[in-house]
Every structure is written in C-alpha cells, then in structure tokens.
Design a binder for this molecule. Sequence first.
Ligand code: NI
Ligand code: MN
Length: 227
Amino acid sequence: MSTKFTWFGHSAMGLETGGYQILVDPFFTGNPASSISAGQATADFILLSHGHGDHFGDLEAVAQRSGAVVISNDEIATYLDGRGLKTHHQHIGGGYHHPFGYLKLTQALHGSGLPDGSYGGNPAGFLLTTLDQKKIYLACDTGLFGDMRLIGEEGIDLAVLPIGDNFTMGPDDALRAVKLIQPRIVVPIHYNTWELLAQDPHAWARRVQAETETTVSVLNPGESLEV
Ligand code: NI
Ligand code: MN
C-alpha cells in the first residue's frame, strides 16, 4: 500500500490512500495556480483547515456533487451542516479513526473567518496516520510555533509547509519548522499563487538540504509524490 500526495496549486492538495480519495482545501475556481478545474475534482472526504476563501474555495460544489464527507473544526462543520453537507466534526488535539486512517487536527496560528463573514472557529492543520502507519503532517496556513517539535516527535514521513510569507510562514521560518519537525520529506506550498506570495522554492530547497537531513520535493501544480 502506498499513499499518493498531489499538490493542485496554492493550498489545494489531494491524498489517495487506503482506496480513498481525499481533497484538502479545495480552492480551484479563481486560483491562478490551480492545475485542475472544480469540475474535475472528486473526493470521498474533504478536509478543510480553516474558513478563508483561498481554502474554502469550491468546497460546497465539490462536496455536493461527489457526496464527500467534509471534516473540519466544529464551528465550520456546524456551518456546513446548515448548508446540507455531510460532515464530521473534530477539533484541535482530537483524532478519529476514519476509514482512510487516523486523522488528528493540530493547532495553527492564523485566522478562520468564512467567506460570508460567519465565524469559522480556530484554524487547524492535519496529522494523518495512514492505514500502513505513514505519518503525514499538513501544517496548512500557520505561523511558526515551537510545538511543531511535538508533532515531529511522532516521526513524520511527509510534512507540507507554507513558505509564501505575508499570511503564513515565509522561507526563514519554514526552514526553522523543518528543523523542529525533522520530516523525511518536505513539500513547500502556499507560494507564487499571486505576486504577494512570490518565493523561489528551489532556493529554499537548497537551504533545507544544506542545513537538515530532510529531502525537499519541489512540486509543480498537478504533480504528485508517493509517500
Ligand atoms: Ni488563510
Ligand atoms: Mn491561505
């Protein structure tokens, strides 16, 4: 068994694991970096890290069409219940054995307001333990925090970190995050979507490879890697 991770551009991601398709932060329409259209997206489960429009994106359309179960914090899941979607409510620090693996919500230092102004609770990242015991940490939108060290203690195979700066960690703090987490592989995301998030991922990769044992995989939108 293996897990396939795909970056669709910006913060939209896909995981294929245990025979399930999982979408994360499904922002395709209006995402200048997206490798697919909302109509091409399909999922059994959708993970939503927080309420911001560049993550919420096409969630409702994709969930309605695919019948996917949306997993998010209690406030957003309650909001989506009211919109007629199938949901699973979790919250930070809590894990649950889903059919695709054990998923825990992690803290994230960020905001979470929903596109229509509704309260979106606190933002989260995700720590997935796959059915074959691979550990995947999706930090999602966050600043650097020292407790990334605790996440790293679990033994992370793949960490996916923002490097875009301005709204999230930039390259310097993302490098410090790699040192705290010590993942086997790291993938940078949440950059170059717009000019405001312009970064050179290859320059960042050279720094990470020089200063840590972690392998950096710089993906183009639409590209995948096997974990
Ligand atoms: Ni955000
Ligand atoms: Mn964002």
